[in-house]
Design a protein around this ligand. Sequence first.
Ligand code: NAD
Length: 252
Amino acid sequence: MTEDLTGKRALVTGAASGIGAATARWLAAHGVTALVLVDLDGPGLAALDMPCEVLPFPGDVTDEALWDRIEAEAGPLDYAVINAGIAGGAPIATMTLDEWRATLSVNLDGAFLALRCATRLVRDHGAMVLTASVSGLKAEPGTAAYGASKAGLMQLGRVAAKELAPRGVRVNCIAPGGVDTPIWDQTPFFQEMIAQAGGDRAAAMAALSGAATPLARFATADQIAAQIGFLLSDAAGTITGTSLVSDGGYLL
Ligand code: NAD
C-alpha cells in the first residue's frame, strides 16, 4: 500500500509488544509525524526505535488518571489504535470473580477509557481501530471472559462509529484469529501444548496454527498491522462500524 501518512499523529495502546509494536512500526514506516504510545511495559516502550517523534505513556490502560494525562499532554490525533489486551483462559466453572474482572477490566474498561480519550483528541475525518478477536464471534471452551470482552468491544466500536460518523470519524475493529505473539503464553492450554512438545514453543505454535485454521497458518503481527493500516487509510474511507476478520478461515 502506498498510503502517505506524513503529518499525521497516531495513538497506539499495547504498543510495546506484538500487534501494537508492529502497528507502531507500520505507521512510522508510512510517515506519521508523531506516535503516542501506551503500555504497561515502560522499558519495552523505551526500547522501540521509531523514525518519528514518540510520546511514551508507560502505564495501565485501566487507570483513568493516565488518560486524563494523555488528554492534557498528547495533542491532537488523526488515528487511534486501541489494542492493549490480555488473554485469560479459565473455564466458567472454576473461574474466580477476580479472574473474570481482570480480563474485562483491561479489554473493555481500558478500551473504553482509551476510546473516550480518543474521541476527544481525534480530529474530524480521523479514524480508529479496536483490536477485537474471533473469540468475540465464536464460542470455545475457556474463552468466556476473553470472548465476552471482545464481543463487547465490537459493539462498543459499532456505537462509537455511529456517534462519530457526523464528524467523519470512522471506527472499525480488526478481529484476528491466531497471531503468534507473547499473548498465547498467558493461556494454560498453550502452556500445556508447549509441555507436550517437550518445551519447544515454536513446535507448539506450528501445531496450534496448523490445527486451528483451514489455511494452516496464523497471521504475523506485521500482517495484522498492515490490515489495521488499511482500515485507518483513505482506501477504507467508506468502511465504518465493521469488524475485519483475519483468521485464516477459522470461522468457516
Ligand atoms: P502481546 O501480549 O504481545 O501485546 C499486548 C500488549 O498489551 C503488551 O505489550 C502488554 O504489556 C500490553 N498490556 C496488557 N495489559 C495492559 C494494560 N493493562 N495497560 C497497558 N498495556 C497493557 O499480545 P498481542 O497479541 O499483540 O495482543 C494485542 C491485541 O490483539 C490484544 O487486544 C489481543 O486480545 C488481540 N488479539 C490477539 C490475538 C493473537 O492471537 N495474538 C488474536 C486476536 C486478538
